[in-house]
Every structure is written in structure tokens, then in C-alpha cells.
Design a protein around this ligand. Sequence first.
Ligand code: FE2
Ligand code: FE2
Length: 158
Amino acid sequence: MKVSMAAPKTQTSRLGDLLDILEEHQQIDEALLRHQETLLGLEFTHALGALEELERRLSRHIRREEESLFGVYAGLGGFPQGAHPDVFREEHRRIERSLKDLLAGARGLTLGAGVRRAVILLLERETRFKTLLSGHAQREEQHLYARLKELWSAEKRP
Ligand SMILES: [Fe+2]
Ligand SMILES: [Fe+2]
């Protein structure tokens, strides 16, 4: 069992956490691809399981960003277009809603007439979800992650 300590985090562990949270962007992309592979094979139980796994990963990632990163980032100020913490937060809500819709779509898939078209339609919706997700992650990496990395690397140096 993990014992949580009240001691404040050192800059080194904050930087380590930042890189760890950043790494989740690739894990989320990979989880979506695993879901799509099973979807293409008409393996609907696995496809739904993989999408639920994606939801767990994504909600943990969003929670970690909002709880550990957004507060410090918001204090830095000087945000370019599309990189304000409120914009990122609003996009998180859109991503969550969009994923809920995809899950509902995946739960409605059953083998039978017209199933291949239903899969194509779901894949098209997932392409729009990917665009939303990757645009969000790219701006986070360019601004939020880059600035916090710079901040916490600089503070670590004597
Ligand atoms: Fe995010
Ligand atoms: Fe992110």
C-alpha cells in the first residue's frame, strides 16, 4: 500500500512527475489504436474493453494535469492563443463528452446486417475525436509542458 506523505515535492520529483504525465499522451494514442484494431476485426467485446481502458487512462491523465500542473501554469501568465489554462480545461470537458458518445456507439454495435457500415461510421467519429485530442495535446506540449519543464529544470540547478 502506498503511504502518502505530507512533505512538499522537490523540484526533481515535480519534473519527474511532469515527464511521467507527458508520457501518457503516447499511451493514450496507443490505447485508441488498440481499440481500433479490434474494431476493424469486428471483435466488439474487445473493442469496447479497449475503449473503456482508454477512458480510464484519459480520465486519470486529465485529473493529473488539472491537479498537478494547471495551477502552476496558470500562475505563469502570458498565454498565447489557444494555450490559456481555461481553454485547456474546456477542451478536457469536450474530450470527455466526445469519448462518452464514442462509448455509447461502441456499446450499440452488434453483429448482423449493416454492421460494417456502423463500424465505418464509428471510425469516422473516432477520427474527429483523434483530431480534437491531438490538437489539444500538441498545444499542451508546446506551451504547458515546455514552460513547466523549463521552470522546474531551472529551479533544480544551483
Ligand atoms: Fe490535457
Ligand atoms: Fe494532456
